[in-house]
Write a protein that binds this ligand. Sequence first.
Ligand code: CA
Length: 237
Amino acid sequence: MIKNKYKILLVEDESNIRNLIATMLETSGYQALLAGSCSMAKTLYTSHLPDLIILDLGLPDMDGMSFLEFVRNESLTPIIVLSARSTEKDKVTALDMGANDYVTKPFSSAELLARVRSGLRNSRYGSVEGRLPDGKFTLKNLEIDYDARQVFIKGEEIKLTQTEYNIVALLSKNCGKMMTYAAIIKAIWGGYAQDGSIKKLQVNMANIRKKFGALPGEANYIINELGVGYRMNAERE
Ligand code: CA
């Protein structure tokens, strides 16, 4: 069967890492477009409109963040930031600037490929298909009925408060994307993340996880990265 390959733009200046990832992507059936600088990345982005971008932040000509900004002014193409900068603040900055996900070097190829699949799935769930025709979202045994505002696991309804439901619905509509505390708080309560609001979010999230986890083996729908945010998992990692 001939099918169109997903085009992935890989922006990385270290040729050994770039070749390694390119081989890994091609082996997995993706088409890899390779850039070693921001300006090359802009040219390739504009001429090929890739389905997903893997972006190193430390580049010779400009900071990768400026390419991130450039892409976000144009489109919602999923961007996975790849960086040796691993502080929580760096991750939050990249995510709040519009990156979908963040992978810290050194990384395993299995991990990066899982994030790529998540990112591509996330873009398919995006504005067009995020709400499936019947207003339902399904992920493994989890089902969300957006019109009825009900959540089910294995067909059994999970009773959530309004706020808990709103958080679950938000994460599901951004499935696969790491959502920062600030982004969730803004969407749910409007306003900015302060210690108080982060605490409020954590309490709600703990309740959600408890309710989800009440059924054995079903606790992994929502992943927490401490100090960064939450992600609804597109697949088990
Ligand atoms: Ca670099």
